[in-house]
Ligand binder design. Structure first.
Ligand SMILES: Nc1nc2c([nH]c(=O)n2[C@H]2C[C@H](O)[C@@H](COP(=O)(O)OP(=O)(O)OP(=O)(O)O)O2)c(=O)[nH]1
Length: 181
């Protein structure tokens, strides 16, 4: 059921976001990422998407959990969630037009400000945990009629680094029964 990944690339107090040309969240700023290929492992898939969409190669990549969404109580989809940190002095000039949309650096405070329109709805409410909390969460989102009505972070584990640890943590938390990983 988890078919996607998403990554927030952080440079100091800025995040590299993509203004998407296509659904989902067309015309909105979102993290970079995409769909996992058949039999692709989560971390390898994230590294591939980062290369394809940004060409950035020097980063430290941390697994931060998953984002799942439920409609009428049932989990219908999800994405693996990563944070990629580049040095504050990293040179990456934007805006950059790509096949997927426009990449640009946005200040963390601007993203978290809920008054901002034009950002994928579930990012402002999750970003602080993603950036500052060492634990991994299932950021569970509930949508009704296409509108985000609730967002609850459920802690999965204190830290997960490998795909094997990820599988174990999902099993221990019984999330493996609910969310196919
Ligand atoms: N913030 C946020 N992002 C989402 C949600 N749903 C969802 O798929 N995404 C993300 C996951 C992926 O990073 C991206 C969708 O990936 P994509 O359709 O562009 O995948 P892709 O580049 O592999 O494209 P393709 O295989 O269709 O050509 O949007 C959501 O509800 N909130």
């Amino acid at each position: 059921m988890i078919k996607y990944n998403i990554c927030f690339v952080r440079r100091g107090d800025e995040i590299l976001l993509l203004n998407r040309k296509c659904p989902p969240w067309m015309g909105c700023w979102n993290g970079v990422g995409g769909k996992l290929e058949t039999n692709e492992a989560p971390r390898a898939s994230m590294i591939r998407e980062l290369e394809e969409e940004t060409h950035i190669q020097e980063y430290s990549l941390s697994f931060k959990g998953v984002v799942t969404w439920s409609v009428n109580g049932g989990i219908t989809g999800g994405m693996y969630l990563y944070l990629a940190e580049v040095p504050e002095v990293y040179v990456y000039e934007t805006p950059v037009a790509t096949d997927e949309g426009i990449l640009d650096w946005k200040p963390v405070a601007w993203i978290i400000d809920k008054a901002n329109a034009g950002i994928a709805a579930n990012i402002p409410g999750s970003l602080e945990l993603i950036l500052h909390d060492p634990n991994c969460y299932d950021h569970r989102c509930t949508y009704e009629n296409g509108k985000l009505i609730e967002q609850t972070p459920l802690q999965i584990s204190s830290s997960i680094e490998t795909d094997e640890e990820l599988r174990k943590a999902f099993f221990i938390n019984n999330l493996g029964n609910e969310v196919t990983i």
